[in-house]
Ligand binder design. Structure first.
Ligand code: NAP
Ligand code: GDD
Length: 353
């Protein structure tokens, strides 16, 4: 019997790399879309083995870009995958305010390019499609917790682009019978998280303090609350969603929420430091309660024109229908990330904007 095949867009990212490994372990033939960059960056995949087309084992990477419909059409008609996981995105919310048109091109029009390519290749009835939707789409919905019925109120170009892709996916499901599903995932983190997201930025800063290379950690809004889970558990549910007979959309999260302030405190506690907060607003500072060393300061650069204040999932549908439940709690997640960054202090010159 020939192996099932999967095409992952965004395979070089946090989720893409975990998903690639998960599918390889299940015996899939895994294909990935990679874009051309001046400095190759496939470290997250290197240990899984890469192969040239035609050989066996490992992952096949295809050059293409979400902004380039000709490459997307070519890859889909050549690979004709059983499953597509559309994870590629300009995924940084604050950056999306600076690159709104580009973000929309990659995230929204890029998704439509894939959906249209499925029609062009006449594989709408053969290929299952997973869309990486986001809890950011809820924005400031005003309802806590958020579930599949909560109205969307996006607060950033990123969230608007994701909502466009979400509805395009639903439209193809309803209009063309495509087996298309959206996972509305709440924040999920790991040692592979890009250092420009707040959790990894914090855990890397803590690791540097431990190595006596600490520099004041500059953060934006400390009060924003997120439902943070552990990424490897979240890619497993992407696969489970595509194995359902009837395509559908699911909220995926832990059901618990913490503030950026609490995450920061937990991360420093993981190395035995207590933070004492002094001052208010942009003058607020976090100092080491025993030594008085300045650990955290506020930098308005990290504020967003419009913020999402409170995200907390109600994952009851996923628990009931997919038998999926997040198992890693926030304390353990913080410890995993801090420990990994202490073990790998070799990346000091990273732009953390
Ligand atoms: P990530 O680490 O930022 O990875 C994004 C991936 O998209 C990378 O492989 C990136 O390639 C690729 N990409 C970006 N622009 C592209 C383009 N123009 N053409 C082709 N590929 C492009 O994101 P992630 O955390 O793994 O998230 C995966 C997906 O889930 C994203 O769609 C994200 O928006 C969504 N999501 C994430 C979370 C979360 O908490 N992590 C929650 C909800 C939804 P390069 O490596 O070349 O940059
Ligand atoms: N990045 C960053 N850097 N965020 C900061 C900082 C900082 O220095 N200081 C405070 N924050 C606050 C942000 O304002 C936001 O409220 C919160 O920390 C989380 O920010 P991010 O870690 O950048 O993630 P996000 O929630 O905006 O977006 C992530 O999760 C979404 C799911 O809800 C991304 O992974 C998105 O792609 C994903 O869709």
């Amino acid at each position: 019997m020939t192996a099932r095949s999967a095409l992952i867009t965004g395979i070089t990212g946090q989720d893409g790399s975990y998903l690639a490994k998960f599918l390889l372990d299940k015996g899939y033939e895994v294909h990935g879309l990679r874009r051309r960059v001046s400095q190759p960056h496939i470290e997250r995949l290197a240990s899984y083995g890469l192969r040239d087309e035609g050989a066996s084992g490992g992952i096949v990477l295809h050059y293409g870009d979400m902004t380039d419909s000709s490459s997307i059409n070519r890859i889909i008609s050549e690979v004709r995958p059983h499953e597509i996981y559309n994870l590629a995105a300009q995924s940084h919310v604050r950056v999306s305010f600076d690159t709104a048109e580009y973000t929309n091109n990659v995230n929204a029009t890029g998704t439509m390019r894939i959906l249209d390519a499925l029609r062009n290749a006449r594989v709408v009835d053969k290929t299952r499609f997973y869309q990486a939707s986001s809890s950011e789409m809820f924005g400031n919905a005003g309802r806590i917790p958020q579930d599949e019925q909560t109205p969307f109120e996006p607060q950033s170009p990123y969230a608007v682009s994701k909502l466009n892709a979400h509805w395009s996916t639903v439209n193809f499901r309803n209009g063309y019978g495509l087996h298309a599903s959206c996972g509305i995932l709440f924040n999920h983190e790991s040692a592979r998280r890009s250092p420009t997201f707040v959790t990894r930025k914090i855990t890397r800063a803590v690791a540097r303090y431990q190595a006596d290379r600490g520099q004041t950690l500059k953060l934006g809004n400390l009060e924003a609350r997120r439902d943070w889970g552990h990424a490897p558990e979240y890619v497993e549910v992407m696969w489970t969603i595509l194995q359902q007979e009837i395509p559908d959309d699911y909220v995926i999260g832990t059901g618990e929420t913490q503030s950026v302030r609490t995450f920061t405190e937990l991360a420093f506690e993981a190395v035995g430091r207590q933070i004492e907060w002094t001052g208010a607003g942009v003058d607020e500072q976090g100092v080491d309660a025993s030594s008085g060393e300045l650990l955290v300061a506020i930098d308005p650069y990290y504020f967003r024109p419009t913020e999402v204040n409170y995200l907390q999932a109600n994952p009851a549908k996923a628990e009931r229908k997919l038998q999926w439940k997040a198992s890693t709690k926030i304390g353990e997640l913080v410890r995993i990330m801090v420990a990994a960054d202490i073990a790998d202090l070799d990346a000091t010159n990273v732009d953390e904007s």
